[in-house]
Write a protein that binds this ligand. Structure first.
Ligand SMILES: Cc1cc2nc3c(=O)[nH]c(=O)nc-3n(C[C@H](O)[C@H](O)[C@H](O)COP(=O)(O)OP(=O)(O)OC[C@H]3O[C@@H](n4cnc5c(N)ncnc54)[C@H](O)[C@@H]3O)c2cc1C
Length: 464
């Protein structure tokens, strides 16, 4: 069931598949180059209900926009566009291979717990039909599992991992294919989905061109000050690359290559942050159970409260703690939250409301466009004291103090908590008085932080 459009057959008549997953780009995509070198390429995307079903509105909408951008890029190369099918990849990929007569299916390796299981199932199903699954590259500068210590074991702490990771060889970025022969599916394609965007949710522009512009702007104007600015949520001091890395609209090796040319402290600090992304992927690869369970297992014995009305207040940004509410509202408005505020809001949930990190992690994954199992769930465990090299449990963030320290002029809080926006009505946005709260319709704090801090530490003492 192939379409033999003029662009579809290569001289030798060989057909192959490029199965796009978390690598939605044409530039610097080694798996795509491999496919193009082999024959006429079917550019395939499988809408997998297992991933699409639980994805929240931000990820669905962003993915759809990114697929549209990839489709446009493919068409500009002379391809018939991205071929989208829906269903279980273990069934759909072999069907597509049979339809076009492909002998190989090219992918970038996936190292997440589900991605690994899925790829093994697809590989088995393809194998039965005599078709090979070829893995070239991955979404990481160094594939998870490759950085090991002197005894061949994986690192459990970031700093030595990062040192060893820096020593690993990294291939240079590669160009986009200049031309190619392409092939399309004649039947069964569903087209790119067009999920509704909930009112009030605005996402960044998707696609590798938009990513490149955003990165160029960050490199030119902000990377050298990244060291100082990255902790201030009221400034535009971070790169906003997370969503683009999540969908592979850019590969980290390209970012690292550009950073290496800058030689500033800001650029070095930024490279280290990319190292955290790689570290968490590595930890998850070695210990897939930590996606749901405590890395430090004794923390499962800590006494937690069931999520109830206070959890709902946290989710909806009405806890009465301005910086917490600003973060939770930012999350729902733009599918992103500043890193410092991710830490503050997560700490508040675990240590002030005594709710287990998994509930918060699920809420984040529902709304974050950059929602990534490894970075999110290990970020949460870092805050909850149960992670690889966690913030010690006894270090409890004071949400008001954190707000004052990292949002000194209150611009972040005023931007996201409309009730506190007016400096005349609300002179101190981090600690408005009861009268001000009543006048502007902003809630009283739902808990007494000092009391809940004592409670958290008392619970922790019991498992020490
Ligand atoms: C509770 C919690 C949940 C998080 N959930 C996610 C998530 O789902 N997806 C996600 O990509 N990041 C997550 N992070 C990490 C971090 O908050 C985001 O990567 C960052 O805020 C994204 O914005 P940026 O691209 O402007 O970051 P920048 O400051 O510009 O950093 C550059 C890149 O480095 C990586 N990075 C930076 N900090 C971290 C970190 N602490 N851990 C891992 N990678 C990092 C990201 O890829 C980021 O895009 C989480 C952190 C916490 C504390």
């Amino acid at each position: 069931m192939t379409s033999d459009s003029p662009a579809s057959t290569d001289p030798d008549g060989r057909r192959t598949i490029m199965w796009f997953r978390r690598d939605l780009r044409l530039r610097d995509n080694p798996a795509l180059l491999e496919a193009c070198a082999e024959g006429a390429v079917l550019p395939l995307f499988v809408l997998d209900p297992h991933l699409w079903g639980p994805a929240g509105p931000s990820r669905r909408a962003y993915l759809a926009a990114s697929l549209r951008a990839l489709d446009a890029g493919l068409r500009a190369l002379g391809a018939p566009g991205l071929q989208v099918v829906r269903g279980d990849p273990a069934r759909r990929v072999p069907l597509a291979a049979r339809a076009v007569g492909a002998a190989r299916v090219h992918v970038a390796a996936d190292f997440g717990p589900y991605g690994r299981r899925r790829d093994e199932a697809v590989e088995r199903a393809l194998g039965e039909a005599g078709v090979e699954l070829v893995r070239t590259g991955s979404p990481y500068a160094v594939p998870p599992g490759e950085v090991v210590n002197g005894s061949g074991d994986h690192y459990r702490v970031f700093t030595p991992f990062y040192r060893a990771w820096q020593q690993q060889e990294r291939p240079d970025p590669v160009p986009a294919p200049r031309h190619g022969a392409w092939v399309a599916l004649e039947a069964d394609t569903t087209g790119i989905p067009d999920p509704p965007l909930p009112p009030g949710l605005e996402l960044p522009e998707a696609g590798e061109d938009a990513t490149r512009d955003r990165w160029a702007d960050f490199l030119e104007h902000r990377v050298d000050d990244y060291d100082e600015e990255r902790n201030l949520p009221g400034t535009d001091g971070t790169s906003r690359m997370s969503v683009h890395l999540k969908y592979g609209e850019v590969h980290p090796r390209q970012l690292l290559a550009d950073l290496a040319r800058r030689r500033s402290t800001g650029a070095a600090t930024y490279a280290k942050e990319l190292g955290w992304r790689e570290f968490y992927a590595d930890v998850l690869w070695h210990q897939p159970r930590t996606a749901r369970e405590y890395y430090k297992t004794q923390y499962a014995n800590l006494a937690y409260d069931e999520p109830g009305e206070l959890f709902a207040a946290w989710q909806e940004g009405r806890t009465g703690f301005p910086v917490v509410d600003a973060g939770m509202r930012q999350l729902r408005s733009v599918g992103w939250m500043h890193n410092r505020v991710r830490m503050i809001t997560a700490s508040f949930l675990v240590k002030d409301l005594h709710v287990e990190w998994q509930h918060g992690a699920r809420h984040f994954l529902h709304w974050l466009a950059d929602g990534d199992l490894a970075s999110n769930n290990h970020g949460w465990q870092w805050v909850a004291g149960s992670g690889t090299d966690p913030s010690p449990f006894f270090r409890v963030f004071n949400p008001t103090g954190q707000g004052r320290k990292f949002d000194p002029d209150g611009s972040y809080v005023r931007r996201w908590v409309a009730e506190l926006a007016d400096p005349e009505q609300v002179p101190d946005p981090h600690e408005p008085s009861s009268e001000v709260r009543a006048a502007v319709g902003y809630p009283e704090p739902v808990v007494d932080h000092a009391e809940e801090r004592r409670e958290a530490l008392a619970r922790w003492e019991r498992i020490r």
